[in-house]
Design a protein around this ligand. Structure first.
Ligand SMILES: *Cc1c(COP(=O)(O)O)cnc(C)c1O
Length: 308
């Protein structure tokens, strides 16, 4: 599944030199154009498991712009599975061809043979109930179930492979958070002297407990909750300008939902002097660049500046 080699890219920004703090980005976004970053890590052992169990179909859940939906469609297709995406928003199913025309994530997923079922927001909330799953089995036959966002214990096992022996030189490991799966893998695999900082891309207090559930010994982590920009998928001009300037200066594209908020947070904390001189930070680029097209469509409608 991996198409490209992953490396740590030094990030050169004037603010960093001034505060004598260094950042490298682990370019997990380069893993694959559509199965990028942590979604590849999270799917790897789930796919092995589905093969072992002789499942023919993978079924999962997501919003209409979900990086996870895109990754399951591509990876499933590559391994010869049927894929079924249960998508939030029944209105999207009213006119499928117009939905696909307007939504790049779903269009590409459909081109990779994902089959969709669009459900209302209230039904979507019931997705983990036994009744709902039973209903889905009646409709689609047997399947291997991957939860929304892809996080389960096999996903965390995959995310434990992000850090490599050479990464022991870093003092801080930073990552963006949706469900908490990726940071859990990082926490489990980090060295005792390293501190892991997670930047939630959404509001909500469930994450602390969720991460505690998946991690055991290492308590050397904390959540930085000041950079969600109003919630999941929310974005403002300040963040767009930051992303565009970051790309201009470093050549690295950030995604609008996750990695942009993390990098904004790291740079802001450095400017505030929260890291001492000589600190070495590794920021994980978890991917998600497929989401830029969809976000730009929304930004254009709102007459906001676009992501370059
Ligand atoms: C899904 C995703 C995340 C969040 O990962 P979790 O394991 O759900 O916390 C972070 N970054 C990108 C680009 C993602 O697509």
């Amino acid at each position: 599944m991996v198409k490209n080699k992953i490396y740590n890219q030094p990030v050169i920004l004037p603010e960093l030199e001034m505060h004598e703090v260094s950042i490298s980005m682990k370019r997990e976004d380069l893993i694959h154009p559509f199965i990028s970053g942590n979604k590849y890590r999270k799917l790897k052992y789930n796919i092995y498991q589905a093969i072992e169990q002789k499942n023919k179909s993978l079924l999962t859940f997501g919003g209409a712009y979900s990086n996870h939906i895109s990754a399951v469609a591509f990876a499933g297709n590559e391994y010869g599975f049927n894929t079924i995406g249960i998508i939030r928003g029944d209105e999207l199913g009213n006119d499928l061809s117009s939905t696909l025309e307007q939504n790049n994530t779903l269009k590409l997923a459909a081109q990779h043979k994902m089959q969709f079922k669009f459900v209302s927001r209230s039904d979507y909330r019931l997705k983990h109930t036994a009744d709902f799953i039973l209903q889905l089995k009646k409709e689609f036959g047997d399947f291997y179930l991957i939860p929304e966002g892809g996080t389960n214990s096999l996903a965390i096992k995959g995310c434990e492979e992000i850090l490599k022996p050479v990464d022991k030189e870093f003092d801080f490991i930073c990552c963006s958070i949706g469900t908490g799966g990726t940071i859990s893998g990082l926490i489990n695999s980090a060295k005792a002297n390293q501190k892991i900082l997670g930047f939630p891309a959404l509001k909500g207090d469930f994450l602390q407990k969720e991460i505690e559930k998946y991690t055991i010994q290492n308590k050397n982590w904390s959540l930085i909750k000041d950079y969600h920009f109003g919630g999941f998928g929310k974005i403002n001009e300040d963040l767009i300008h930051f992303m565009n300037a970051f790309k201009e200066e470093t050549t690295i594209s950030l995604d609008p939902i996750y990695t942009s908020k993390m990098m904004y947070g790291i740079v802001d904390m450095i400017k505030k002097g929260l890291f001492k001189k000589g600190t070495k930070i590794l920021a994980i680029h978890t991917g998600g660049l497929q989401g830029i097209l969809g976000m730009n469509k929304r930004l254009r409608q709102k007459k906001l500046p676009l992501i370059q």
